[in-house]
Design a protein around this ligand. Structure first.
Ligand code: BG6
Length: 488
């Protein structure tokens, strides 16, 4: 299946932090892939802006290296790399001072193109950048700014950040990134729910026993220990990525697939979430990998604090208090150094009200599993008769739809960042978080974090390569349920 690529309007994209990790690993290689796909018009310009003293030629060389290292493209079609690099410029700039701003202003003057400014820098610089953009006449009503997570570390800081940005930009100019919303299967979740008649009538507490969301990673905190130890899994993953998945799986059908209709419905879900009880949340820290302590140290060693109380794993149970979901628990789990890299949402349906097949048939539940990564796809567990003679024995078999197989492998793989940047240029905010959504998510998260801080709770250890802490399994078992296996 060949995908249709519609070029976006000509644009100027300024990337503050243009020499940083995210720019080199994700943003620029992603833009190059869009260039190859024919989505980037030849008039478009990408302007890297950072403190490093460098000229445009030096920047092009740096980005060529980054594309080679992180682009995932074996041999780019002839001439494409040079043509792409020719669209790149660089400005040495001081986010907190005056250096470089006149030059940037000159570059951006009256181009008549879409203007976007990507803040790929520490959140402490967001205010400085926004203020200077306005001061230098670059914050006109058509300009867009893109901001990365973390968006605050609690409700107060998120509100302050929203307040600062609102001084210079309207909400419809602000694109808050949660890269999970740019993942193909995450969008497919909406297509499956709202494009099929099959599921929606069953999508409620009457038929759904519970829903589990697992985002398991095999990586540890690596070189990000300093950032991570101040965040932990709750702030790094649950408040944003898992919360977004929860919203998409639980929200009411929006009237239209447009930014505010979708975000209004997500906001209602977050606001209907019950507070999490202390015994419904388990935290863990990974231990060193047996036999590989040097390369795979424990969490505390990796962050260099033998007394760290930050969690690298979390499992929790929550409820949504509304008509659709009252009585259906939602279990969320995420962690580093787990058994496999696997993100999955499972909708576990209730058993049939009465089994006509007698006690030997066993208990069976349909499970709809939406695998976000890897092997994106959807599986529906269906109960059938075990083939052969000997009576009526029931077994569960998967109706499996792995997207790569169902859709041919030449279906284009678009990375989350590529998709989201193109949406910024198109002016489509559907897959970006609105300010009130982020604040509502923090309002739910804050009391949980304050609770364990006040109680001085220490995360429990769990083995590297496992499925998390022992008590996270208890959380399920005492409800008569179990986590789905974390596997590829
Ligand atoms: C980031 C977190 O937002 O998401 C990381 O800061 C995490 O800690 C990453 O590893 C996971 O993203 P993905 O796309 O690899 O699932």
């Amino acid at each position: 299946m060949v995908s249709r690529v519609i070029p976006v309007d000509p644009f100027d994209l300024v990337i503050f932090g243009g020499t940083g990790d995210l720019a080199r690993r994700k943003i620029l290689p992603g833009l190059f892939r869009r260039f190859i796909a024919g989505q980037m018009p030849p008039e478009a310009r990408i302007i890297g802006a950072a403190r490093t003293d460098m000229d445009s030629a030096g920047y092009r060389e740096m980005i060529a290296g980054a594309i080679d290292e992180f682009g995932g493209i074996d041999t780019p079609p002839a001439g494409t790399l040079d043509a792409f690099l020719a669209q790149l410029e660089y400005v040495t700039i001081d986010a907190k001072g005056e250096a470089g701003w006149a030059e940037l202003q000159e570059l951006m003057k009256g181009t008549g193109r879409v203007e976007a400014y990507y803040f790929s820098v520490a959140p402490s610089l967001f205010g400085d950048l926004a203020e200077r953009l306005q001061h230098w006449g670059m914050a006109d009503v058509d300009a867009r700014i893109v901001v990365e997570k973390p968006f605050g570390r609690d409700l107060a800081t998120a509100k302050a950040l929203n307040g600062t940005l609102a001084k210079y930009f309207n909400e419809d100019q602000i694109y808050r990134i949660d890269h999970y919303l740019g993942k193909e299967t995450v969008q497919n979740l909406m297509a499956v729910r709202f494009g099929n008649m099959l599921f929606e009538p069953l999508w409620n507490a009457q038929y759904v026993d519970h829903i589990q969301i697992t985002v398991a990673e095999t990586v540890g905190v690596g070189g990000r220990g300093e950032y991570y130890d101040k965040s932990g899994a709750m702030r790094d993953m649950v408040q944003n990525h898992l919360m977004q998945l929860l919203c998409l799986i639980a929200m009411e059908p929006p009237a239209r697939f447009d930014p505010d209709a979708v975000r209004d419905e997500k906001l209602k879900v977050i606001r209907a979430l019950d507070p999490v009880l202390p015994h419904h949340i388990m935290r863990g820290q990974y231990e060193a990998e047996a036999g590989q302590e040097g390369t795979h140290p424990s969490y505390r060693e990796a962050v260099g604090d033998p007394r760290s109380k930050t969690e690298s794993f979390i499992a929790l149970k929550t409820q949504i208090s509304n008509w659709r979901w009252s009585g259906t628990p939602f279990y969320l789990r995420t962690g580093k150094r787990m058994a496999a890299r696997s993100s999955e949402i499972s909708v576990v349906f209730k058993e049939t009200p009465h089994s006509i097949f007698g006690p030997d048939a066993g208990q069976h539940r349909n499970v709809l599993s939406i695998r976000l990564q890897p092997n994106e796809g959807i599986t529906l567990g269906v109960t059938i008769k075990e083939p052969g003679p000997g009576g009526m024995r029931l077994i569960d078999v998967p109706l499996d739809m792995t997207f790569a197989e169902a859709l041919d492998d030449d279906a284009e793989h678009v990375d989350a960042y590529e998709r989201l940047i193109m949406d910024v240029i198109r002016g489509n905010q559907t897959l970006f978080m609105r300010g009130d959504e982020v604040e509502a998510a923090w309002a739910w998260t804050d009391p949980i974090i304050h609770g364990w801080e006040a109680r001085g709770e220490v995360p429990k250890p769990y083995d590297s390569g496992s499925n998390g802490t022992t008590d996270s399994h208890e959380l399920m078992r005492r409800d008569g349920r179990e986590w789905r296996k974390v596997s590829l």
